[in-house]
Ligand binder design. Structure first.
Ligand code: NAD
Length: 264
């Protein structure tokens, strides 16, 4: 095959529908010659993911709920028996109770704190360990984070705390897995309207704010994040690990609202 991703096989976790960031990354990987596997979270998403897998020529590795280790065992066993090895993995999974993605962070409950950290942070670590066993020729792991890890963003709350922990995990995993030539990076994506994002309070306002105040004066698309993903998942970034890379139209460099930004 030809392309930046030719000969590479990767497992992409977190496709819910065709608006998912994971779908944008999957599409870019396939366009550049990769072979991919997808998973779905329960029967409700199965019927959405199967046609997308068919469209992308992807292998469906089964049901994946990161709170259920048996489902992860099965997904990785399926990948092992189908391919025998793995070159790249994308983790595009996060969850927090919608009721706590609004209002004050200080109100976070213990149950939701632990669940948010389990699904959005620990899952990447346990998945990295499972991927390590299959990445016998080195590899590339990529996760998705958000600027709310670095600065306080309205309504992001416990998810911002979780993303800060996820970004720290990227650095620790990069050191642990580096000796095996497995690289670990994150893309910090600007806001994109997806199923998960619809749970965040005032999300339309946040999209507009980013559009008006980012250097590129636009929000990013799944396709833009997908193409940046190819850089991390291909050998182009072979000298890069432990990095958190912003794909946000440059929003993170801005210190103040643009003086000519319209009212929202
Ligand atoms: P999405 O709703 O399309 O994807 C979220 C995915 O998480 C879904 O596929 C869902 O099945 C999966 N998931 C949730 N709980 C799970 C569990 N217990 N087990 C397995 N899978 C589970 O939304 P998205 O915006 O594409 O989110 C993908 C990633 O991108 C998330 O980490 C999110 O925080 C991150 N991100 C999103 C934005 C944005 O504005 N949309 C910005 C920056 C980062």
């Amino acid at each position: 095959g030809q392309g930046l991703m030719a000969g590479k096989r990767g497992l992409i976790l977190g496709v819910a529908n065709n608006r998912s960031i994971a779908y944008g990354i999957a599409k870019s990987c396939v366009d550049h010659g990769a072979e991919i596997a997808l998973t779905y979270q329960g029967e409700a998403f199965k019927k959405r993911v199967e046609p997308l897998a068919a469209e992308l020529g992807a292998f469906v590795a089964g049901h994946c709920d990161v709170t259920d280790p048996a489902s992860l065992d099965e997904v990785f066993a399926n990948v092992a028996s189908h391919w025998g090895k793995l070159d790249f993995l994308v983790h595009a999974i996060a969850f927090s109770d919608k009721d706590e993605l609004t209002g004050r962070y200080v109100e976070t409950t213990r149950d939701n704190f632990l669940r948010t950290m389990d699904i959005s942070v620990y899952s990447f670590t346990t998945i990295a360990k499972r991927a390590e066993a299959l990445m016998t020729n080195g590899g590339s792991l990529l996760t998705l984070t958000y600027y709310g890890a670095e600065k306080v963003m309205p309504h992001y709350n416990v998810m911002g705390v979780a993303k800060a922990a996820l970004e720290a995990s990227v650095r620790y995993l990069a050191v642990d897995l580096g000796a095996k030539k497995i690289r670990v990076n994150a893309i910090s994506a600007g806001p994109i309207k997806t199923l998960a994002a619809s749970g965040i309070g005032d999300f339309r306002y946040i999209l507009k704010w980013n559009e008006y105040n980012s250097p590129l004066k636009q929000t990013v698309t799944q396709e833009e994040v997908g193409d940046s993903g190819v850089y991390f998942l291909s050998d182009l970034s072979r000298g890069v690990t432990g990095e958190v890379h912003h794909v946000d139209s440059g929003y993170h460099v801005v210190g103040m609202k643009a003086v000519d930004a319209p009212d929202i």
